[in-house]
Design a protein around this ligand. Sequence first.
Ligand code: ADP
Ligand code: MG
Length: 323
Amino acid sequence: MPNEIEMHGEFDLIARYFTRATPKADLGVGDDAALVRVAPHCQLVVSVDASVVGTHFYADCPPAWIGWKALAVNVSDMAAMGAMPKWITLALALPEQNSHWLAGFAQGFFDCATQFDIDLIGGDTTRGPLNITVQIMGEVPTGQALLRSGAQVGDDIWVSGMLGSAALGLAHIQKKLIVPDVILADCLKALHQPQPRLAIGMGLRGMAHSCIDISDGLIADLGHILKASDVGAEIDLEKVPCLSMVKQSLHSPLFQQAILSGGDDYELCFTVPKHKRAEIEVLSQRCGVPLTCIGEVTSGAGLLLTYQNQPLSFAGKGFDHFG
Ligand code: ADP
Ligand code: MG
């Protein structure tokens, strides 16, 4: 193909940066396609996410962070399905061969792959504006995937970790606000190195009625569960877990926006019948990840958000590429 990085360089590049042992595959990088086997009584779970320069990251962002996040956002989709990721493919468009950039990118990417025990089994490498597309494949026992569509009236609504930190980090970089020094490192880490909640997602099999990962903001993503499940919800802003400094200034519309619609959180939002509260606490302890109940699924239409026992009208709708 004319725009593939010149033959010699392309194969060197793949061999050098993207060829590792692939114990989870029958055949990995190097042939026309890879070969994998899905365990008996499991379904193949497949998802793909593109990371585009200027939209998902800045060109001058350290390449290791770009590599980590390009994979982490895909792992988060597996977590949201209650699936165990096993294989990834990587389609890379690069403006030039820059070995410093590639080495950094590969390091961040494989740090994440190693942490979650996933094999890179193939991909495609072309010249073009920087674009990183990762396809992820995993397994879930047949019938046990966590869907958006299973929420039931009376379920508790839970979220993992803390919300809003990544949005504050991004707002700081964009000079829309100045994040205080004491929380800046936490906010930037949340933005650049999100921690997919894989153990939580798999632990929720057979427990949660519905689940989604929060990539576009709590309101937007919980909204997807409500729509798919044809239910409503009531959530209390003061219960939404966030940095204590943010909690102390919850009246600030900027902070409200960060935790409700900032996006880039990569935490899980899920619904569970009330009688399973103790099991959720055990899962939280086992995984070392805080899980917080923020409200309840209702038979009403849409989402009722309350703050200090009053309904809160909220304009921000979450991130929408075409909104
Ligand atoms: P084809 O011409 O058949 O598409 P390619 O020349 O694109 O094959 O790729 C050769 C091999 O290298 C294939 O096994 C492919 O999956 C793998 N590959 C290409 N780019 C990457 C990449 N960025 N990461 C991992 N594997 C890659
Ligand atoms: Mg190819």
